[in-house]
Design a protein around this ligand. Structure first.
Ligand code: SF4
Length: 458
């Protein structure tokens, strides 16, 4: 998970501010670091650890003035959590000033880095985005044509790479050939914004133009927008978890409203796994939209059992159990009067390790709930994601190691049911979606080759 932004505006004072507001509305995609790079007569940038509001102050916008700007919010998957790995990555080369912001993860990162190091290139970080920036600078020495350089880049990268880039004052957005991660473009008065999700276009008062297609680049040169299909995609494999969890529900991705998709998932889940209960509730915030769907389909009332503290930043890993429990209570607390003596259907979007679900069920039961029936708005996660989501090994995935019944017992739930894979796809179709998604963490079939895993080119 990361968020990327690219902006062109005729007023160089406005561009960095638009990028800031767009990043602010993509904050859910990464809270670890934020950065903005701008091109005026030269390239300048600022990046730092923390939230967008913590990294930038008013004075920064004057220093970052420039018509062309890109930005990034980071959630680390490859590379450690430190400021050197914050993005955009900036490379000064004979080919020009290059800045790259990346959402995704390269499967062949180690091999590419090795090859570049053997050619004498020096790396300053352990992030795969630096590999992309170095490759781009290498290819731009071979060709002055940006499109040719993107073709070369595309021929060599394996994995997921939705990018915003700047080569001097040219702003580029690119989505990899299977379209793992979303990217769209919107228009504002006298300018354009390229961004991960349409909610960022809304936030800056822009008009949504369209999604960028898999394998397609959008190039903004001196205010003129050009769309170029860099490679014809063999298949599409947009990450299904954007609809289940990652994206903001007010975003529309590839023509599908995330809110509608999530509500439908809840409705299908209610039909597949009904249960006698007093009311439906959600694990906030990620389970709320599916819970509303479940409640409407099951004709049960929707009520809150848990209240989330919206101001919790990072919580430290607590060394002892009592403090660990306290750290969950800091994030969510139980509405005691609602849960006492009640049979509750509790909806969450997914279960990764199961530790948070277990603590939440414990809290609700301690507060006097009679029964807690857990219902999950996605199928079990049984395989790692190699494409930019922090689910790296089978050992950490509870559903890769236990049956649904066993998981229910481990969590302390009175019953547990997941949405079926067919149900998930049915819900997406009902919301206007197609057929071709990445489902690898649910099916163990990967849409691009990953060493040691089953490659499913269809
Ligand atoms: S493996 Fe799962 S989380 Fe990763 S891109 Fe595919 S659907 Fe998304």
């Amino acid at each position: 998970m990361c968020g990327v932004v690219g902006v062109y505006h005729v007023d160089p004072q406005i561009s960095p501010r638009l990028a800031y507001y767009a990043l602010f509305s993509l904050q859910h995609r990464g809270q670890e670091s934020a950065g903005i790079a701008a091109f005026d007569s030269g390239l300048k940038h600022k990046k730092g650890m923390g939230l967008v509001t913590e990294v930038f102050s008013d004075e920064d916008f004057d220093a970052l003035a420039g018509n062309s700007v890109i930005g990034h919010v980071r959630y680390s998957t490859t590379g450690l959590s430190r400021v050197e790995n914050a993005q955009p990555f900036v490379v000064q080369s004979k080919a020009g000033s290059i800045a790259v912001a990346h959402n995704g993860n390269l499967v062949n990162y180690a091999q590419l880095r090795n090859e570049l190091e053997n050619e004498g290139r020096v790396f300053t970080t352990d992030s795969d985005t630096e590999v992309i920036a170095q490759l781009l600078s290498k290819f731009l020495l071979k060709t002055e044509d940006v499109v040719d350089a993107l073709v070369m880049l595309n021929n060599i990268l394996i994995g997921s790479y939705t990018l915003t880039m700047m080569i001097d004052d040219v702003v580029i957005g690119y989505r990899d050939p299977v379209g793992f991660k979303p990217l769209c473009i919107g228009e504002v008065d006298d300018g354009f914004v390229i961004c991960s999700e349409s909610c960022a276009v809304d936030a800056i008062g822009g008009k949504f133009l369209r999604d960028i297609k898999p394998g397609e680049a959008v190039i903004i040169k001196k205010g003129k927008v050009e769309f170029v299909q860099i490679v014809e995609p063999k298949r599409m494999a947009a990450c299904i978890f954007e609809y289940i969890y990652f994206a903001r529900p007010d975003s529309i991705i590839d023509g599908v409203s995330v809110y509608d998709a999530r509500t439908e998932m809840g409705k299908v889940l209610a039909r597949e796994s009904p249960v006698e209960a007093d009311y439906v509730s959600a694990v906030p915030d990620s389970g709320i939209t599916a819970a509303i769907g479940y409640a409407s389909e099951s004709k049960l009332p929707y009520m809150e059992s848990l209240i989330k503290n919206r101001y919790v930043g990072r919580t430290f890993i607590m060394p002892v159990q009592t403090l660990r429990e306290a750290s969950v209570r800091l994030k969510v607390n139980v509405v005691r009067g609602n849960v006492r003596d009640k049979r509750i259907v509790l909806i969450d979007d997914s279960i990764v390790r199961g530790t948070t679900s277990k603590r939440i069920i414990e809290m609700i039961k301690k507060a006097g709930a009679k029964e807690v029936h857990m219902r999950i708005g996605s199928p079990p996660i049984i395989a790692p994601c190699y494409f930019g989501i922090d689910m790296k090994t089978r050992e950490e995935l509870i559903a890769a190691n236990y049956s649904v019944e066993e998981i229910g017992k481990l969590l302390g739930a009175d019953s547990l049911a997941y949405l079926s894979l067919e149900g998930l796809l049915k819900a997406i179709r009902k919301a206007g979606g197609g057929e071709d998604y990445c489902l690898a963490c649910l099916t163990e079939r990967y849409p691009v080759p990953v060493p040691g895993e089953i490659y499913d080119s269809l």
